[in-house]
Every structure is written in C-alpha cells, then in structure tokens.
Design a protein around this ligand. Structure first.
Ligand code: ATR
Length: 285
C-alpha cells in the first residue's frame, strides 16, 4: 500500500480530510470522524465541502493538490467519483460508485466503496439480523444502491428486487449484478402481492421530505424496514413502515458510522471503535 502524501506544512499540522456532496450541510461525518480521530489519537481535521456536479472534477482535484489526503463522497457524486479516480478497489469497480477517495504520495487517487460493508455491518453486527435466504426490496437505483448490492448478494439472499421511480434504471442495475444472485428491477407500481423480510429505502426522496408511492401489502409482521437516510425523529419512510405494521423501522445511523469506520481504516490503517459513536449519536440525534 503506498504511503500517504504529506500535503500540509509543519510537522504538527493536522492531516486534512472531508466529505464532498451537494447538499452536505446536514452531514454528521465531521462529528463521527472527529470522535474516531480522538479515540485512535490521530491528528486530523475533517471538513464539509459543498460541491456542485458542474464543479466536481475541478474542485476535487484542487482539494487533493492543496493537501487533502482523503475524501468521502456522497450524493450526487458517487458515480462521478468512480470516473474521476485513477484506481478503483475491486468492490468500487464492481459498484462503479465511490464513497471514499484516498490520495497517495505517488499521486494515485484510489476510489473505494465502503457503503456495502457499512450496511451489512449494521444489519448483522449491530441489529443481529441473519440475511441468508431473505427476500429483500431496495427502493432507489442510484449511487447508494450500487455500493450495497455486491455485499448484500454475497449473503445468499433468496431474492433482491430493486424498485425505482425510473424503472429502466432499476432494470439496468439488476442486469449488471445478475451474475451474483437472484435480482430483478421494476417500477414502484409493479410491486405488490407479497411481503419482504427487509425493505431498504435508498432513494433521496426523504431529503425533500418525500416518500415513494408504494402499494400496500409489502410489509409483514416480521418485516424490517431500514432507511439509509438519517435525521431527528421519523423520516417519511420510517413513518410509512410503522403505519404498515413493520416489526422494526430503523434509520441509517449505524450504516453511516460503520461505512465511516471502513473509510478511516483505508486512510489511517486503523479501524476505530464504532459503539461509542453510535451511543453518542443516539444521545445527540
Ligand atoms: P444516491 O447516491 O444517494 O443514490 P442518486 O444517485 O442521486 O443518489 O440517486 C437518487 C435515487 O433516489 C434515485 O433512485 C432516484 O430515482 P430516479 O432514478 O427515478 O431519479 C431516487 N429519488 C429521488 N427523489 C425521489 C422521489 N421524490 N421519489 C422517489 N424516488 C426518488
């Protein structure tokens, strides 16, 4: 593994990291990485970078030539980031989406995707769910979904259905991952008729306070509903899940923290403890 570029003047200057997104002001990543840095005694700063899609390439390259050593990438830039970097980890190549970039001394920009590990770690380790042989419905077909399909399909699920506002995008994504397991794509109106064990909301609809229009009958009494979005109180999706009688309706705090820990590991070579951060977020958020 190449060593990190030292891009800041002075031996004691903190190493620079951050998250690029649009919008990004709602992000808890600076809080999470701040706690990770403290608990592992790493000297770093982590900032928010609001970058529009038009400026993405120019601004990201400027950040790295200016000394930033690693970035998280969030919506809507995950696919653009996969095109920008000059090397991809196998899981990011599979996803064709990047949520973590590391800048190395030899000027390699390495793109990784830790979203899938973040989701499966939260479902299995934190929530104690067994995913084998489960029927899973994923709402949305954007960059966030690309990152989680590989690790989910490794669990030998019975079936994955991707439903999206634009059905063709869901069908295309399903075709890309069909070699890994039973998967199909469709529109929201084509759902119905049977319940799922796990329903994951990966649309960005909640950012607009919105919720995809879903038919009744998808949620059974054992169904777990998981919103990749997070925030205070209910999201439109968790409110819907409870109104449909879901066994559990969770927000994506655990995925956020676990994917961040994997990014931190790539950048600093240390996987920070996540439970103290989960506890702190449960108190603050
Ligand atoms: P991310 O990186 O978070 O996946 P993205 O790539 O911009 O972000 O994808 C956003 C996803 O949310 C898409 O699946 C989008 O549906 P379309 O493919 O039809 O655009 C979905 N989405 C956004 N707003 C939505 C809304 N109001 N209702 C339903 N789906 C929505």
């Amino acid at each position: 593994m190449p060593t990190y570029q030292s891009g800041v003047a002075g031996a004691d200057a903190p190493d620079q990291y951050g998250v690029a997104g649009h919008p990004v002001s709602h992000s808890w990543s600076p809080f999470i990485h701040g706690m990770f840095a403290k608990s592992t005694a790493q000297n770093l700063i982590y900032r928010l970078f609001d970058i529009t899609p038009e400026d993405f390439r120019r601004d990201i390259l400027k950040l790295f030539t200016g000394g930033v050593r690693g970035l998280n990438v969030t919506l809507p830039h995950k696919q653009a980031a996969a095109e920008l970097v000059n090397e991809l980890t196998p899981r990011a190549a599979r996803a064709q989406a990047v949520n973590t970039i590391a800048f190395f001394e030899d000027t390699t920009l390495l793109g990784d995707n830790t979203d899938g590990l973040g989701l499966t770690a939260d479902l299995e380790r934190n929530m104690k769910l067994d995913l084998a042989d489960k029927r899973v419905l994923i709402l949305g077909a954007g960059g966030a979904v690309r990152g989680v399909l590989g690790p989910l399909l490794e669990r030998e699920l019975r079936e994955v259905v991707i439903a999206n506002r634009t059905p063709a995008k869901a069908q295309k994504l399903a075709a890309e991952f069909a070699d890994l397991g039973a998967i199909r794509g469709c529109g929201f109106s084509e759902l119905g008729g049977s319940t799922y064990d796990l329903i994951v909301n990966a649309t960005s609809a909640s950012l607009q306070g919105d919720m995809p229009a879903l038919p009744d009958g998808l949620v059974g009494e054992a169904t777990v509903c998981y919103d990749m979005a997070y925030g205070r109180g209910q999201t439109p999706f968790t409110a819907w899940a409870e109104s449909q009688g879901a066994a559990r309706a969770c927000k994506g705090w655990g995925m956020l923290v676990e994917q961040a820990a994997e990014s931190f590991l790539l950048w600093r070579g240390i996987r920070p403890p996540t439970q103290p951060v989960l506890d702190a977020l449960a108190r603050h958020a």
